[in-house]
Design a protein around this ligand. Structure first.
Ligand SMILES: [Fe+2]
Ligand SMILES: [Fe+2]
Length: 137
């Protein structure tokens, strides 16, 4: 059973972005499995690295879709700032892990699931959902 599942009510009304969110859930589930299976450092490091790069890919795509919709610029700016902060936090997790200063603990998972997946998707990402089918011609 997966640690955390994407649910249809998390939809942001864009198939591309919903698929990307689903992939982010899968990476967090892989990390959860790796932690509890005590996987080797390089395996864990690889998953964390996937998380960092995929987060950046996803945020770039999301920002591009928001910009090409009628999403209000002030909300867009706040969203971009939130993305920058999340990228910094995920990179920091990776750096700390690579330096051996802290294990991948359940606290990290709680942060990733709570703050980064659920809170961000349900509060900020949901804001652009109504604009997703009203694109520029
Ligand atoms: Fe976002
Ligand atoms: Fe997102």
């Amino acid at each position: 059973m997966a640690f955390v599942d994407w649910k249809p009510e998390y939809t942001v009304k864009s198939d591309t972005l919903d698929h990307q969110h689903q992939k982010m859930f899968r990476i967090v589930n892989q990390l959860h499995e790796a932690i509890f299976a005590h996987k080797a450092k390089d395996v864990m490091g690889g998953i964390i690295h996937d998380l960092v790069t995929y987060t950046q890919t996803h945020f770039a795509e999301e920002e591009q879709q928001m910009e090409s919709s009628h999403f209000p610029p002030q909300l867009f700016q706040a969203h971009k700032t939130a993305h920058e902060q999340l990228v910094r936090q995920v990179r920091e997790i990776e750096q700390r892990y690579l330096r051996g200063e802290g294990n991948m603990s359940p606290d990290v998972l709680c942060f990733l699931v709570g703050e980064w997946l659920l809170k961000h998707i349900l509060s900020m990402d949901k804001q652009y959902a109504p604009y997703m089918n009203k694109r520029e011609p």
